[in-house]
Ligand binder design. Structure first.
Ligand code: ADP
Ligand code: MG
Length: 293
C-alpha cells in the first residue's frame, strides 16, 4: 500500500515548548482521518507542517507522495486547505469568488464560469450564488470555503476544525458535505475538538496528547476503550450531584441505577454520551496502568 500521508518522528517547538513531539502516523488513500485534541494540543501546527506552511524542527512528512520540506510545490499542487477564507473577497458574490479562483487556477473564461456553476450546485449555494459574501452566515461561508478548495480537485483535503463555531444545523449540513466529498475518493485529514464529529466522519481517529498520538483506532475501537454512556444524577436546581460510568449495555445501565437507588439519592437522571474529556481520561489512565504493569 502506498500511503497518502506518512509522518515519522515529527517535532516542532515554540521556544522551549515542544508542541508536536514525535508524531508518527499514516493515512491511506481515500481514508478520512481525524486528529482529535483540545485547544492548544498542536492540531493546527500539525496541519501547517503537512500543508507546507511551516517547517518541522525534525522528522519527515510525505503528502501525496512528496516530502513536504524538499518538494513543497509538488505537495501544494495536490492538496487543499480550508479555513483560508481570508482569500475570499467579501464584496464579491459566491459565483464571482469561484470564477476568480478558477481563473487564478488557470481556467479560461468559459471553463471558469462552468466550474463556478458546478460548484455552486454541488455545495448547495444556489440561493446565495449572487449575494455578496459579506451577508453570508457562518455555515454558508464554510461551504463556500470548501467549494473553493474544489476548484481544482485535490488529492488530499485538509480541514482544520471545519465546524467550530457553527450551529448544530450547519454542522450537520457540513458533515453531510464532507461525507459526500470523501465518498468521491478524496483523502480527508481533519482536526476537531469534538469526539462526536470524529465519530461521525472518520474511518480512523488519532487522539493527540502531549504532542504525540496517545490512541489510534476506528471510532468503534476507541469507543470500546472509553466505555459507554454515563448516568448522571441532577438535583432540583439542575446541579450534577453524582455520576456513574457504564459500558453502555442494558445490564450495566440497570446496575448504575441500582447504585444510585441503593445510595438513597433523589433527583433527575440523565444519560451523557462520552466526551473528549472521557477519551483523555480513558487513554491516559490506560497508559499509566500499562506503565505500572
Ligand atoms: N507561531 C507560534 N508561536 C508561538 N507559539 C505558538 C505558535 N503557534 C502555536 N503556538 C502554541 O502551540 C500550541 C499549540 O497550538 P496549535 O497548534 O494552534 O493548537 P490547536 O490547533 O490544537 O489548538 C499552543 O500552546 C500555541 O500557543
Ligand atoms: Mg487550531
Amino acid at each position: 500500500m502506498n500511503p497518502t500521508i506518512e509522518v515519522q518522528g515529527l517535532r516542532r517547538a515554540f521556544g522551549a515548548k515542544a508542541v508536536v513531539d514525535g508524531l508518527d502516523l499514516t493515512v491511506a488513500r481515500g481514508e478520512v482521518f481525524a486528529l482529535l485534541g483540545p485547544n492548544g494540543a498542536g492540531k493546527t501546527t500539525t496541519i501547517n507542517i503537512l500543508t507546507t506552511l511551516m517547517d518541522a524542527d525534525s522528522g519527515t512528512a510525505r503528502v501525496a507522495g512528496f516530502d513536504t520540506r524538499t518538494h513543497s510545490t509538488e505537495v501544494q499542487r495536490r492538496i487543499s486547505l480550508t479555513g483560508q477564507s481570508a482569500a475570499v473577497d467579501d464584496a464579491l458574490s459566491a459565483t464571482e469568488n469561484l470564477i476568480m479562483f478558477s481563473r487564478l487556477a488557470g481556467l479560461d473564461r468559459v471553463a471558469a464560469r462552468r466550474r463556478a456553476a458546478d460548484l455552486i450546485e454541488r455545495f448547495d449555494l444556489t440561493d446565495a450564488a449572487s449575494r455578496r459574501v459579506r451577508t453570508f452566515s457562518g455555515g454558508m461561508r464554510r461551504r463556500l470555503d470548501l467549494a473553493l478548495s474544489f476548484v481544482v480537485t485535490p488529492e488530499v483535503l485538509f480541514l482544520d476544525e471545519p465546524t467550530t463555531g457553527l450551529d448544530t444545523r450547519s454542522r450537520r449540513d457540513l458533515w453531510d458535505l464532507i461525507r459526500t466529498l470523501a465518498a468521491g475518493g478524496t483523502t480527508v485529514f481533519l482536526t476537531t475538538q469534538y469526539l462526536e464529529e470524529a465519530d461521525q466522519l472518520a474511518d480512523r481517529i488519532a487522539v493527540l496528547h502531549d504532542g504525540r498520538i496517545a490512541a489510534l483506532g476506528t471510532p468503534a475501537e476507541l469507543k470500546a476503550r472509553i466505555g459507554g454512556d454515563t448516568v448522571e444524577l441532577h438535583d432540583a436546581r439542575g446541579e450534577l450531584v453524582r455520576e456513574v460510568a457504564t459500558d453502555g449495555s442494558i445490564a450495566d445501565l440497570r446496575r448504575a441505577l441500582d447504585v444510585l437507588e441503593a445510595e438513597g439519592r433523589d433527583g433527575t437522571v440523565a444519560l451523557r454520551r462520552p466526551t473528549l474529556d472521557d477519551v483523555f481520561l480513558a487513554v491516559t489512565t490506560t497508559r499509566r496502568t500499562e506503565e505500572h504493569a
